[in-house]
Design a binder for this molecule. Structure first.
Ligand code: MN
Length: 734
């Protein structure tokens, strides 16, 4: 059993100017009031506060923290109240003890709610004195270490809370050792079966892994000596069970596929140049895995962690990770803010407790304050804890340009966010991206440490689609801006064309109207628009009818010039003036009411002569003609004002159109020949035909035929359907 004198000796070694008398008094006070109490293990209760004080002394915290460690449960578990503590130990310690004391048991609150209230109280107390959190972590660590005497449900509940709140806080504070131990203990108590299974699996490999580590360590030390690169020590480790378990679950991989199952760690003297020198030696000996290199020295993690990580593969195919850092970086990686404090203190000299405490306070606040600030508004403690959990996970990723510039982005960002973060012009012209040398889709999620090269083409333009997967507001607003500008340009263009056509129908010279700025402005004003260009845009969007614009322009003369009225009087019927175009290609389609308008067949459904069709005024492409049954038509109907009636012009000549058919058949020989014969027999051209076998063993034949119209196509389809072995014939869109 640990004795208080051991703790005091440790404090005196670490911090010679400590007030050990304060620690002795706290010990006696605690011993007096916890007298007669026992822990679940049957040991005297006092063991717990002494162990907590020991952990704090080990963390090199100050005398006040160590004394508070001894007193932390006195108010909660004995009859002593806060006033008494204040009387004996003063305001500083009573503040800490208060922050560490759970709220009084309130019987009408659920267990979860009380737990949540306690976490909230602790996190808020931390704002007054950051040492509250460090003492709480030490308390939790000792409780986790001695959990075996508790009932399984209680163990599970405490472990879950540790995983949700305390381990992430330790991580946020850079306390690697604390976090690892909390996580592994929680894992063991929360999922005992999986813990056993995984540790058996790792243990079975351990001799082999240790042997590999020994070889690796020997090689590294030999090569470093050979190259005269100094180092302090080389360690080896097998991945911790909890982090291994998480990785296996998250990536759904086997233990053999884990790159960093074993890792060597090289600790160098305190100059980062030795880290980079060591790394170049390592990369000279083994082949690095390109996307597995992380430079946390150039860009420390949020939690102050600094280290180089690289994964390499040896000639036996064994992958492993090498971590390289200086002694100082190593202490910070293990102990986090506490170590940071110690290093600062060393440079500040002795008797600098106040300053170094301020330093610690500043660091911890910088790391933890955002949690509290973003959670302050929650009235409800459970809600508070829920959002605290979210906030405890780091929100940003860091990626590099090929030139090594760091770009910080929110988690979930894609190469498009990255491109816009570099420069809005890079974003606008982005056509692709390479991450760590490999082409990736633009919706790819960026990971920490990725090196990203943005591929651009001068003429390339942003796509509306990008809005579905950008995360940063900069990218989002640039894309939106571009789309609206683009749409405007296109609709002004379209509006001009529509107005020109309409003017011609009224025998008005289009230029006379459109180039007459004053007149255009006057009409625009009548629609509540300020400029002629706005009027054109409105026509292009389909909001304003060109016919009505002409009415406003011509005034009284409108009725006389109206071609529809004239046609009516001439033909004596209500028939619309429809000019028929005869010919190839797009002219085969006519638009009711408007002549000479550019039409294109929609690529999604490639309508075939004879099929029912519908037109949509698009921006920039004139009128796009869809098959009425095309799946996109419903969506277009949202903008009803842009729908126009279209029909097929009668044609004297036969116009040929290619249509692709997808034929599903039984998987037998001669299918392709049978189908092409059937098509040739009805004198139909075949442009292309190819056969494949599907995964579920059907024949898949793609054949492109040349047909005149829908009737012709129907004939081809039924001919193919007659071929023995054919299961289905489908027309492929586009
Ligand atoms: Mn305790």
């Amino acid at each position: 059993m640990i004795r208080i004198e051991d703790v005091i000796a440790k404090v005196q070694t670490n911090r010679p100017n400590s007030d050990v008398d304060l620690i002795r008094r706290a010990y006696l006070f605690s011993a007096l009031h916890h007298r007669g109490q026992t822990r679940a293990s049957g040991e005297p209760y006092l063991v717990h506060p002494i162990e907590v004080a020991e952990i704090l002394a080990e963390m090199r915290l100050d005398d006040v923290s160590v004394a508070t460690g001894l007193l932390h449960d006195v108010v909660e578990d004995t009859l002593v109240d806060l006033d008494t503590i204040k009387e004996y130990f003063g305001g500083e310690i009573v503040g800490l003890v208060d922050g560490l004391t759970k709220i009084a048991h309130i019987s009408n609150l659920s267990k979860e709610k009380q737990q949540a209230e306690n976490v909230r109280k602790m996190v808020l107390a931390m704002l007054t004195d950051v040492r509250v959190v460090l003492i709480k972590l030490a308390d939790r660590l000792h409780n986790m270490r001695t959990m075996q005497f508790l009932k399984p449900e209680k163990r599970a509940r405490i472990s879950q809370e540790t995983l949700d709140i305390y381990a992430p806080i330790a991580h946020r504070l850079g306390m690697g050792k604390m976090r690892s131990e909390l996580e592994d203990l929680s894992f063991q108590n929360l999922y005992p079966e999986e813990y056993k299974r995984l540790s058996r699996e790792v243990d079975a490999r351990r001799p082999e892994l240790e042997a590999a580590l020994d070889r690796i360590k020997a090689t590294i030390s030999e090569k470093l000596e050979e190259n005269e690169v100094p180092f302090v020590s080389i360690e080896g480790r097998v991945k911790r069970l909890y982090s291994l378990w998480k990785k296996l679950k998250k990536q759904k991989i086997m233990i053999e596929q884990v790159y960093d199952l074993i890792a060597a760690r090289v600790i160098t003297p305190n100059d980062r140049k030795y880290c980079y020198l060591t790394m170049s030696v390592i990369h000279d000996v083994w082949t690095p895995v390109p996307e597995r290199f992380k430079d946390w020295i150039a860009i420390p993690r949020d939690n102050l962690y600094r280290s180089l990580h690289t994964s390499v593969i040896d000639n036996s195919g064994q992958a492993f990770e090498v971590q390289i850092r200086t002694e100082e970086m190593h202490h910070i990686a293990e102990e986090g803010v506490a170590a940071h404090w110690k290093y600062k203190e060393a440079s500040l000299g002795a008797n600098s407790d106040d300053e170094s405490l301020d330093e610690l306070r500043n660091t911890v606040e910088k790391l933890l304050l955002p949690l509290v600030e973003s959670n302050e508004t929650h009235e409800d403690s459970e809600e508070f804890v829920e959002s605290l959990k979210l906030d405890l996970f780091p929100k940003d990723v860091y990626a590099f340009t090929p030139m090594g510039k760091v770009i910080q982005l929110p988690r979930g960002s894609t190469p498009i966010d990255f491109a816009y973060a570099i420069h809005s012009q890079v974003g606008d012209a982005c056509t692709g991206a390479k991450i760590n040398g490999r082409i990736v889709p633009l919706r790819h999620e960026i990971q920490n440490g990725d090196v990203i090269e943005i591929l651009t083409t001068q003429s390339s333009k942003p796509s509306r689609d990008w809005l579905n997967y950008v995360v940063t507001s900069k990218a989002r607003s640039r894309i939106r801006h571009w789309i609206s500008e683009q749409q405007r340009e296109e609709s002004v263009d379209m509006g001009r064309k529509l107005l020109e056509r309409e003017a011609e129908r009224f025998r008005v010279t289009p230029k006379k109207l459109i180039n007459n700025e004053a007149e255009m402005k006057r009409i625009a004003n009548e629609y509540g628009l300020s400029r002629g260009e706005d009027l054109l845009a409105s026509i292009g969007y389909g909001k304003t009818l060109p016919r009505n614009v002409l009415a406003k322009y011509l005034g009284e003369k409108f009725d006389d010039l109206d071609p529809e009225k004239k046609a009516e009087s001439r033909l004596g019927s209500g028939m619309k003036a429809v000019k028929k175009f005869i010919g190839l290609g797009e002219d085969a389609i006519i638009v009711r009411g408007v002549d000479n308008l550019l039409t294109t067949r929609a690529r999604c459904c490639n309508p075939l002569r004879g099929e029912e069709i519908i037109g949509y005024i698009s921006l920039g492409k004139g009128i796009v003609v869809h098959n009425k049954r095309c799946k996109n038509v419903n969506q277009l109907m949202v903008n009803k004002e842009r729908i126009v009636e279209v029909e097929w012009a009668k044609s004297d000549r036969e116009e040929i159109q290619s249509v692709q058919l997808l034929v599903t058949t039984e998987n037998r020989t001669g299918m392709l020949a049978g189908i092409t014969n059937a098509i040739a027999e009805i004198k139909t051209g075949i442009r292309d035909a190819r056969a494949n076998v599907s995964k579920d063993d059907f024949g898949i034949i793609e054949v492109t035929v040349e047909v005149f119209d829908k009737k012709h196509l129907d004939k081809v389809v039924s001919a193919v359907e007659q071929v023995p072995g054919v299961i289905a014939v489908e027309r492929v869109s586009g």
